[in-house]
Design a binder for this molecule. Sequence first.
Ligand code: ZN
Length: 271
Amino acid sequence: MPELPEVETIIRGLAPLLEGRRIAAIELRRDDLRRAFPPDLRQRLTGARVIRLGRRAKYGLIGTDRDDTLVFHLGMSGSWRIDPAATGPHDHVLIETDEGRRLVLNDPRRFGSLDLVATEALDQIPPFAGMGPEPLGPDFDKEYLERALDGRTASIKALLLDQRIVAGLGNIYVCDALHLARIAPARAGGRISLPRLDRLAAAVKSVLLAAIRAGGSTLRNYARPDGELGYFSAEWRVYGREGLPCPVCGEPIRRRVDSGRSTFFCRKCQR
Ligand SMILES: [Zn+2]
């Protein structure tokens, strides 16, 4: 599943092809992914100029000069391909720019989504209404965390995965950020001191930025024909590393499973 750094990398990969370009044609090869496409999607996008690309949580945003924003989510298996030599059965949406570049949205499992929203209403619609701040934005800091976690007895891990508290964090980055901040995943969110919340906010930003840097180094592949924008592997600190040595103390990394989700952590380093 593409995580926040992957979506950020995808947006950075799409920007040079789309920014300032007119959408010459859009072909929808089905009516839906996880849900139906807006019926007027093609009409509203054809001929529109792309003026801005961005990201909110794990959603990619493509804004046009018609005050519309195309909002995409890649679900479990989605990716964008650039200038493919041929298209296949899982290529559901084709966009052609006025320069003749072709972008193809591929999604074999079809858990992704594509919506078109009035740009000015973006913050008020689901899933963005009520969503917490961007973890890489200036509002996500120790003071914010202190307010948001005040009195909360749920585990800090569950709270960081709650999109109302912070937008777009997935299991991988929460596990790694808690390890970097040396905070036990099971600790109650409301019982973490301000200096430790400061460390946590910095750790969240740090693990995301490291992954975005890793993604950026793969970006040159995307500029090639048949380049696929979607996935890259980074080196996790603890995620997926059960039994391997903790990068700090060398103790074996532990894994615990609650409600079907794995938590990876170091019992010695994280308190
Ligand atoms: Zn350790």
